[in-house]
Design a protein around this ligand. Structure first.
Ligand SMILES: Nc1nc2c(ncn2[C@@H]2O[C@H](COP(=O)(O)OP(=O)(O)O)[C@@H](O)[C@H]2O)c(=O)[nH]1
Ligand SMILES: [Mg+2]
Length: 221
């Protein structure tokens, strides 16, 4: 299963590299704030970048509808019970059209901190979200995803005064699991910290495009 997934992921990755699209795979438990962060991202970057989305859920088109209301082309994948997206589903969603010529493709995975971890979707990076309402012990309880995600985003920072969540404890766990990774704290509700996230996306897109033109240049020589 994973070998077939890896082959499909390689096709997705090469197709989106050719298109110069930055692809981010967002992974978190249900309700951590994935769709809300996508909405806040579109609010900040929607005028500058062409953004599209693929959203995975067990059932309903609700999240895709939320994004379509903002004018974002969005494909919903309903997995009918599966706890993660796989690369063939992403390939199928791309084949349906409507997601061509994007700067940024945001993939919201099925709400789950375990199953999506092992499935490469052809993304440039995985991002894990953890809301402050879930407890500061979660990185060590779900080490796989925190070790693999290039970025960890601690969400719902506006709720910090109301919940028992020590930011330094969560940050230390994340840093121990992934010394190379980065951690951002934000609130999609108030907008606090969202610029750090969108800044990362813009910088990563520029870096990907620069790398693509360098290798095209090298191939010509
Ligand atoms: N207070 C607060 N609530 C948030 C924030 N982000 C999301 N929520 C709420 O958390 C719930 C789940 O958010 P949603 O984006 O649907 O989570 P998803 O299941 O991970 O996509 C909704 O009621 C959101 O309004 C935030 O930054 N602050
Ligand atoms: Mg959602």
């Amino acid at each position: 299963v994973l070998a077939a997934n890896a082959a499909a992921a390689a096709r997705v990755r090469s197709r989106l590299r050719e298109a110069g699209t930055l692809v981010v795979n967002l992974i978190a438990s249900p309700g951590a704030g994935k769709t809300t962060l996508l909405e806040a991202t579109v609010a900040q970057l929607g005028e500058r970048l062409r953004i599209g989305a693929i959203v995975g859920d067990i059932a309903t088109e609700r999240d895709a509808d939320r994004l379509r209301r903002l004018g974002v082309p969005a494909r919903q994948i309903t997995t009918g019970g599966a706890c993660h997206l796989d690369a063939r589903q992403v390939e199928g969603a791309l084949a349906q059209g409507g997601l061509d010529g994007l700067d940024l493709l945001l993939i919201e995975n099925v709400g789950n901190l375990i199953c999506p971890t092992s499935y490469d979707l052809g993304e440039d990076w995985k991002t894990v979200l953890l809301s402050v309402a879930e407890g500061d012990d979660k990185p060590f309880k779900y080490p796989g995803i925190f070790a693999r995600a290039a970025f960890a985003v601690i969400t719902k920072a506006d709720l910090l005064p109301h919940v028992t969540f020590a930011l330094d404890v969560a940050r230390a766990q994340i840093a121990a699991l992934n010394p190379e990774g980065r951690c951002i704290v934000l609130s999609a509700r108030t907008g606090e910290g969202v610029d750090a996230w969108t800044g990362l996306l813009v910088a990563a897109l520029a870096a990907k495009r620069a790398e693509i033109s360098r290798s095209a240049e090298a191939a010509r020589r």
